[in-house]
Design a protein around this ligand. Structure first.
Ligand code: NI
Length: 252
């Protein structure tokens, strides 16, 4: 049992061969995929694809899309959540690296969607780029009221421990397979297996052997392999543990 906990199968890069991409994922042993949304159109499409392929969806407004976030957006997200395929709110968060939206609008969208997750009792999928302090601050204020996962984690060991204490899992994507990702290697080796998820973030962040190319869920194998190698464990042990962790978090 293998789950890719974060893939954007709705992205236009998959328009021409999506069925084949899903076929290759299933052939590689991927039993489930969380199709993660980032704007309203992507959320809607993600749900449709989850229905078509028997996967799950997450709905949310990405920090890059936060500028036009309104109460109407929130109502639409809420309506999406009535669909039983929707298992989380995300990806949401803060991106102070690219800053495609103002910090003010990013914070407004993030905080509003955390409130939505609390109201609906759904886990959140967090995007954090160069906003570590602010994210920890916000999660601390909501301690015990919200749970979720730090998608494609890029913080320090200390931050990972804080996130775990605040009820969050740590998710590893393609960068874990890069030779120079020393800090991530240490994390994947030393964090308790109960707090780890795996994801591809397709079509982004392809693992080392496919670096620079379009990523797809079948490549999750390389990520699990790397974590197994770092921990000196069998592939199956890491695959099963990360599957169980995802199952518990997303109630799938
Ligand atoms: Ni993503």
């Amino acid at each position: 049992m293998i789950v890719d906990s974060h893939a954007h199968l709705q992205w236009e890069d998959f328009e021409l061969d999506r069925d084949n991409v899903v076929f290759r994922a299933k052939k590689a042993g991927v039993t489930s995929i969380i199709i993660v949304g980032y704007d309203l159109a992507a959320n809607e499409k993600g749900i449709k694809l989850a229905e078509k392929y028997g996967f799950y969806a997450s709905v949310g407004i990405h920090p890059h899309e936060a500028e036009n976030f309104s109460n109407k957006t929130l109502d639409t997200l809420k309506a999406f959540c009535l669909n039983s395929k929707v298992v989380a709110i995300g990806e949401i968060g803060l991106d102070y690296y690219k800053c495609f939206s103002s910090k003010k609008s990013q914070l407004n969208a993030f905080l509003s969607q955390i409130e939505l997750a609390k109201e609906l009792d759904k886990p959140i999928i967090i995007h954090d780029r160069e906003a570590h302090g602010e994210i920890i601050n916000i999660l601390s204020k909501n301690k015990g009221d919200v749970r979720g996962v730090m998608h494609c984690f890029s913080g320090s060991f200390e931050m990972a421990k804080q996130c775990i204490k605040l009820g969050f899992l740590i998710s590893f994507a393609g960068p874990i397979t890069f030779p120079k990702s020393i800090r991530l290697h240490k994390l994947a080796k030393e964090l308790p297996l109960d707090y780890i998820l795996v994801e591809t973030d397709s079509p982004w962040l392809a693992p080392q052997s496919k670096r620079g190319k379009r990523n797809e869920p079948a490549y999750i194998i390389e990520i699990i392999n790397k974590i197994a190698e770092l921990r000196n464990k069998a592939f199956n042990e890491v695959a099963e543990a990360t599957f169980e962790n995802a199952k518990k978090l997303f109630e799938i």
